[in-house]
Write a protein that binds this ligand. Sequence first.
Ligand code: NAD
Length: 491
Amino acid sequence: MTASTTLPDSVTLHGHIVPTTLFVGGQWRTTEETFAVDNPATGKEIAQVHTGSAQDALDALDAADRAQRSWRSVAPRDRAELFRRAHAALLARADEITTVMTLESGKPLAESRGEFALSADFFLWYAEQIAHLHGTYAPGSRGGYRIVTTHQPVGPSLLITPWNFPLLMIARKAGAALAAGCPVIVKSARETPLTCALFVQVLEESGFPAGVVNLIHTTSSSSVSEAVMADRRLRKVSFTGSTGVGSTLLRQAAPGIVNASMELGGDGPFLVLDDADVDLAVEQAIVCKFRNAGQACVAANRIIVHASVVEEFTTKFVAAARALKVGDGFDPKTEIGPIISRRQLDTVTRLVEQLREIDADLLTGGSAVESSGYFFEPTVFAVRDRTSAVCKQELFAPIATIYTVGSTAEAIEFANDTTYGLAAYVFTRDLSRAVTVSEHLDFGMVSVNRGIMADPAASFGGVKASGLGREGGHDAINEFLEPKYLAITVD
Ligand code: NAD
């Protein structure tokens, strides 16, 4: 393992030294301006981080462009070896990374550890795939020549990630890009740049060559992305975040025909059919809804329950929601951490006000918790209205909404009545029914009798307004590869 280059600036958090600068062309780089990163559990500043400009991002693109020829030529086994080293280096720094993740995102330490384990697993999985990337060989359809198809890396890639899973989002994306042979420019989320910085430092220390991984923190995401997207050397943008920003990036990608992958918002329906194991459905709905304080793209956004089991489900679900302990992520008893920011807490409060105004009953919660941090009570509504705007949007909050339906057909129709198409959930004891229902759901992913679905080997992604492309599985690496066909004349 090579040592990290000199850190020109850093912050010490719980005894761990964390870089606070950009990383461009193999060097940690300071800038003139900095921005504050807060701990959402206390509302207090934990670090000042250097903010990059459009020029810093263009310098990163320059470095990525220079690195691409040599990076794409690294032998598969050597590239896989770098991944294995990075995997080991990540594991060696588990305490440090999970501590910083909880500090800046607020999520309970147990959730940080779960996210960390999955992120490291992605790196191992990609390491195992690199040596298996191959093409095809066939005779020409009427003979006379041979058709050889290989895959080549798309080229320098801009990776933009959100704050809700500060390590997983970037490990999943960067892992796929680097496995394919693409150098990357990582644009961290403003709220959680420090976890991202530690991840990039792990890659640096594991021996990924200068220019192959670059990191930009910024308070001006749009000027950074506009500058990089307008430069012909950029060949790919891979984005995870809201549908609105994804759509802006697609417009920016259009003039240069920049290849784009989009992991966007969700409006996940959670179907509990009349033959469901209600206790299992309640247990999984609690995880699916309240994990990360509801700030997950695959969260259960509408819990749709058959009338014959709705009373039992609702009674048990409300009791379980009420029992969840809200608090600082470092308290081992905490099950729900804070909302990411004051601004987002205000949004959650407004959503509750809107739900109170429609045909819906508040069953528990409904208020922010008195604190200097940004806590909100786990909240449950039984909703009869299905047409108000608040019923048709991604809540992204610890607010559960339960809807009652009279039949499976009605459940499917309501589930599909959304512009989104990311994750859906079906709870039933009948496997053949689960298959039929899942075939009728217009979603990229359907989970049967499970409230969590991310896995390194699975193709993760959505349809409709939830995105384009997939992350995880072989599809993730293919997002960063382009087929190249060679016609070879044979005598
Ligand atoms: P966001 O779209 O506001 O921000 C995401 C990232 O884009 C951040 O790094 C932000 O700084 C950057 N950004 C914002 N405006 C930009 C611009 N004009 N140009 C370039 N970059 C810009 O989303 P958010 O609030 O951070 O995250 C929540 C959203 O992300 C939710 O809609 C959620 O569903 C979605 N999400 C989707 C997935 C998925 O895999 N489908 C995973 C996690 C989150």
